[in-house]
Design a protein around this ligand. Structure first.
Ligand code: MG
Length: 253
């Protein structure tokens, strides 16, 4: 589970690539584009870089079909695992893009949320709060702390804003595979849970719903939506814990 200093250095190209693809997607995303066009854009970048998708063809037991794209594209009330489709982006849509890829044998995983076209205060507040929760979690990713410090920092930001937090899905270890131990819950108690050690590399990924904390899953087995139809947002970085503090491997230039 713990990575050496050399391993963490070797994970940097994956982190840089994943951050760069998300920046590029945010730049090209426009009202009138389909989710599939965004997926195609990311796929071309994967091919050009000689990287590998860790989503395409991924088929856990809960999925009705193998995962059909290289991105998760979740719009409005969709929070996680939205399938790239022929859906045409509308003015004011809230779009979360989650992207993970493997470069030189190492994986990085990151997500962003933004609004297309006309912005609304409700959506902007949700976006800003969810990103702030990610930063609060990263700040607690310190050697000598506990996993619960990260979880509580994330949960506090969400609770204070009055948002729904569901802990069925959360962050995870990242390494040669996308999902490794340990689990990184988006809510918890300070000074509880495993001790945080140097060499731990984790995806920290708050996702909040503007309404309640219940979700429903589409018949496709993948798309997770707020049960009350409220907006959802998701931010994620892959973070290495080092003696010198947390290093955000998927930082966007
Ligand atoms: Mg992810």
């Amino acid at each position: 589970m713990l990575k050496s200093t050399a391993d963490v250095a070797a994970m940097r190209p994956a982190g840089k690539f994943v951050g760069g693809v998300l920046s590029s997607l945010q730049e090209v995303a426009r009202v009138g584009m389909t989710l599939q066009q965004l997926d195609d854009h990311a796929h071309r970048m994967i091919d050009a870089a000689g990287a590998h998708s860790v989503y395409l063809g991924y088929h856990p037991s809960f999925g009705a079909i193998p995962y059909p794209g290289v991105l998760c594209t979740s719009v409005n009330d969709a929070a996680l695992h939205g399938l790239p489709s022929s859906y045409v982006l509308q003015d004011g849509d809230l779009l979360s893009i989650d992207f993970a890829a493997q470069v030189q044998g190492w994986v990085a995983d990151s997500a962003i949320t933004f609004q297309l076209g006309t912005t609304t205060p409700e959506a902007q507040r949700l976006i800003e709060t969810t990103e702030r929760a990610l930063l609060a979690g990263i700040t607690q990713a310190k050697v000598g702390g506990r996993m619960g410090d990260i979880s509580a920092a994330i949960g506090d930001v969400g609770h204070r804003a009055g948002y729904g937090i569901n802990t069925d899905f959360g962050g995870h270890g990242v390494g040669r595979k996308m999902h490794e131990d340990p689990h990184v819950p988006n809510d918890g108690r300070r000074r509880s849970g495993m001790k945080l050690q140097a060499g731990l590399v984790i995806a920290i990924e708050p996702w909040f719903m503007a309404g309640g904390d219940e979700y429903v899953i589409d018949p496709d087995g993948w798309t997770i939506r707020s049960a009350d139809g409220s907006l959802a947002a998701h931010f994620e970085h892959t973070v290495a814990l080092t003696a010198d503090g947390p290093v955000v491997l998927t930082a966007r230039g």
